[in-house]
Design a protein around this ligand. Structure first.
Ligand code: CDP
Length: 218
C-alpha cells in the first residue's frame, strides 16, 4: 500500500509524512531526497550530461528510514550533504530531465512493492503512483513556507536570509510546475490540505484519520 503527499517547496509535506509514518508505523519515502542525491552526484562528478546519464545506472543509490530518511551513494552517507543550498539551487533543473525521472521512478516503484509506505514529492499522485491508496496535496502561502524553510535551515546551522529563501522557493516552484515532464500539480482525486490553516499536530491527525477511513472503506 502507498499513500502520497505532493506539494510545493516548504509546504510541510516531509515533516508531516514522517510524523504520519511514525504514527501508523509504516515506511517513509522522501522522493525529493532521491532527486537531491542525483543532483549531488552530478555536481560532484563534473561530467558532461551524456556521460553522466551513461554512468547513472552503475550507481548504488540506497536509502533507509529510521527517525530520518537516510540516503547513500555507493556506500557514502549523504543525508546531510543533500540539504546544502547549492543542491537546492540545482535540483529542479536536474529533476526536469526525463532520464533522471526514469531512473528515480524505477527505484521508487521497486522499493514500495513490499510493505506499507507514505511518500512525498511533486508528481507522485499524478504520475508515479496514480493508483495510490490515498492522495494528499499540501500547500501553504509563500510567507509561511519561506519562514518554515528558513527555520529548518537555521536549525541545521545554514544561514540564509529570508529574501533568499523566498527567491529560491519561487524559482523552484516555477520550474517544478511548468516543466514538460510530470509537473507539480494536484491530482484530481487528491485531498487538499492547506497547512497554513492547521497546527502541525492537527494536520498529522487529519491525514492519519483520512488514511484510516480509506482503509476501512476498501
Ligand atoms: O525543499 P523541498 O523539501 O520542498 O523539496 P524536495 O522534496 O527535497 O525536492 C527537491 C526537488 O526535487 C524539487 O524542487 C523538485 O524539483 C524535485 N522533485 C521532483 O521533481 N519530483 C518529486 N517527486 C520530488 C522532488
Amino acid at each position: 500500500m502507498i499513500v502520497v503527499i505532493d506539494g510545493p517547496a516548504g509546504s510541510g509535506k516531509s515533516s508531516t509524512a514522517r510524523a504520519v509514518a511514525h504514527e501508523l508505523n509504516i515506511q517513509y519515502l522522501d522522493s525529493g531526497a532521491l532527486y537531491r542525491a542525483v543532483t549531488y552526484l552530478f555536481l560532484e562528478s563534473e561530467q558532461s550530461l551524456p556521460k553522466f546519464f551513461e554512468s547513472l545506472y552503475s550507481v548504488q543509490l540506497t536509502f533507509k528510514f529510521d527517525n530520518e530518511f537516510h540516503v547513500s551513494l555507493n556506500g557514502e552517507v549523504i543525508t546531510e550533504a543533500i540539504r546544502d543550498p547549492k543542491i537546492s539551487l540545482h535540483v529542479s533543473g536536474i529533476a526536469a530531465m526525463t532520464k533522471v525521472r526514469e531512473f528515480i521512478n524505477a527505484i521508487m516503484k521497486k522499493a514500495v512493492q513490499h510493505g506499507l509506505y507514505i511518500a512525498d514529492g511533486r508528481d507522485l499522485g499524478t504520475a508515479v503512483f496514480p493508483n495510490a491508496k490515498c492522495k494528499f496535496f499540501m500547500t501553504a502561502d509563500l510567507e509561511t513556507r519561506a519562514k518554515r524553510r528558513r527555520q529548518e535551515l537555521d536549525s541545521k546551522g545554514i544561514q540564509v536570509s529570508y529574501s533568499e529563501v523566498v527567491a529560491e522557493i519561487k524559482r523552484r516552484d516555477q520550474i517544478d510546475s511548468t516543466r514538460e515532464e510530470d509537473p507539480l500539480k494536484q491530482a484530481d482525486d487528491a485531498i487538499l490540505v492547506d497547512s497554513s490553516a492547521f497546527s502541525f499536530d492537527e494536520q498529522v491527525q487529519y491525514i492519519v484519520k483520512k488514511i484510516k477511513e480509506s482503509i476501512i472503506l476498501e
